[in-house]
Design a protein around this ligand. Structure first.
Ligand code: FAD
Length: 444
């Protein structure tokens, strides 16, 4: 927490800026100091007391630069916030200071009709950006299931993948992020343009090593995605079918598996539950008949629901939205994230037989380094920390790679290793270590 006179000095410095909104009501400060970390009982405990001293909302890049300069001058922690839909307290100000809302910077600066490359400001909502692209025959390659409310800057700085990962892998794979415009916390602050290589260090760095003001991204041709739900009685056949779909010559944008207990509690946007396991597919129109043929060969029920709707469709039943719906029924559900070892069926069956209905399988097909793999976001019934740790250990011992959603640092939520490029970018662009302090382990 900043002391009162310090806070007054800060307010005096910035209150003359007419392109900067200042939000100082306790209810606003409280609201903008949290994200969706309460999906984790561990983080809920750890982060509930963290609060900003002041929230600001720049209306121009110039205002971002001025805030950066004031924070540098007074050495005040500065935490960036897009839409605040992150799950790990990514934009929670651990050491107070200023939270800066980036959501008024929304301009689509450039779109190249030939290549499909788009340059957009960081606060633009993914839903708005995607709507713009679709009007131009293109679409985003990767979207989180929060695609309607999350910002593009927050997705690159905090997200990892989601809808589209079955085809396009993860955000950090080369080819998605083509460049960045950033504002630094040097004195004085600079605006610089990074190419694809130098932008990599800021991709998934939780806004710890630079303020992203604009991004250059690749896109893909728009497709009229079709929603197909497949119901399958046995767990074994469901997984086999899941793999069959991802290996077939059909264009998929989503391939999710939900264990029958989950299906029972979800909104009925994929059809009424039939007491069976369910696969949710977004498939190109020319792939629907192949999906039908393959499903019927397994004796599974096939249900083509037609073109995707604008909202409350399969996207909002997948990825972390599955967790959201289950928590709405019972907030004791939490979750894990992992990449399963191959062949996946073994770990799926073994863990199920040990953990029973306290572990419900939710799987997502992903491409990892060019290979079709299965990521799991199982629902886990919260029974205390020791229980969670034992489950994590079981998963690791079985060969799963855990991306732990119950931790706050970039490294602990990833592969556990320090990325020296991220750390050197921090030293260069944030030499006083003011950006989102406590989140980049390599710089602590
Ligand atoms: C129900 C639910 C479903 C989700 N599904 C997915 C999913 O499918 N895939 C996925 O990857 N994530 C998912 N998430 C997490 C989150 O929604 C996404 O990562 C989202 O893209 C974050 O965007 P945001 O604008 O809300 O970012 P925020 O939460 O505001 O910020 C995320 C991080 O980025 C930093 N940041 C924000 N703006 C900037 C900037 N301009 N410059 C530098 N740093 C910045 C913040 O400091 C923070 O560390 C889900 C979360 C929920 C609650």
């Amino acid at each position: 927490m900043l002391n009162k006179s310090f806070l007054n000095d800060l307010l005096n410095e910035i209150k003359g800026f007419n392109d900067l909104a200042i939000l100082s009501r306790p209810s606003e400060i409280n609201r903008y100091s949290r994200d969706f970390y309460d999906y984790s009982p561990v983080l809920k405990n750890q982060l509930s007391g963290c609060c900003a001293d002041l929230v600001v909302k720049p209306l121009s890049i110039q205002a971002v630069i001025r805030v950066a300069n004031v924070c540098t001058k007074y050495q005040i922690p500065l935490t960036l916030r897009g839409a605040g839909t992150g799950n790990y307290g990514q934009c929670v100000p651990l050491k107070g200071g200023v939270v800066m809302l980036m959501t008024s910077l929304t301009k689509i600066r450039n779109f190249d009709l030939n290549t499909g490359e788009v340059t957009v400001e960081a606060g633009c909502l993914l839903g708005d950006l995607n709507t713009y692209l679709i009007k131009n025959g293109r679409q985003l390659r990767l979207l989180p299931s929060t695609w309607r409310t999350a910002s593009i800057g927050g997705f690159i700085a905090g997200g990892s993948g989601g809808i589209g990962s079955v085809r396009w892998g993860f955000l950090r794979d080369p080819g998605h992020l083509l460049g960045l415009e950033i504002v630094t916390l040097e004195s004085p602050s600079r605006t610089i343009t990074l190419n694809a290589t130098s932008a990599e260090a800021l991709n998934h760095a939780y806004g710890t090593n630079g303020i992203i003001t604009a991004l250059r991204l690749s896109t893909c041709p728009a497709v009229d995605w079709q929603e197909v739900a497949i119901d399958c009685e046995s767990l074994f056949d469901s997984i086999k079918l899941f793999e069959t779909f991802t290996r077939a010559a059909v264009d998929l944008f989503l391939c999710s598996f939900l264990e029958r207990t989950i299906v029972q509690f979800l909104p009925s946007w994929s059809g009424e539950p039939k007491g069976k396991n369910r696969l949710l597919l977004l498939v190109a129109p020319d792939g629907v008949c192949t999906v039908e043929r393959l499903a019927k060969a397994y004796g599974a029920d096939f249900n083509h629901l037609g073109s995707e709707k604008a909202g409350n469709g399969f996207r909002e039943l997948s990825w972390n939205h599955t967790t959201l719906h289950m928590r709405a029924i019972n907030p004791d559900w939490t979750y894990l994230q992992m990449l399963l070892p191959q062949p996946e069926i073994k770990i799926i069956q073994n863990l199920k037989s040990k953990w029973g209905d306290t572990l419900l399988w939710h799987l997502e097909a992903v491409r990892q380094q060019g290979v079709q793999r299965i990521a799991a976001l199982p629902l886990v019934l919260w029974k205390g920390n020791d229980y969670l740790e034992e489950l994590i250990l079981d998963c690791k011992n079985a060969g799963a790679i855990i991306f732990n959603p119950h931790v706050i640092t970039v490294e602990d939520g990833g592969l556990g290793v320090i990325d020296s490029d991220q750390v050197s970018a921090k030293k260069k662009y944030d030499p006083k270590a003011l950006l989102n302090p406590g989140k980049l382990k390599g710089s602590l």
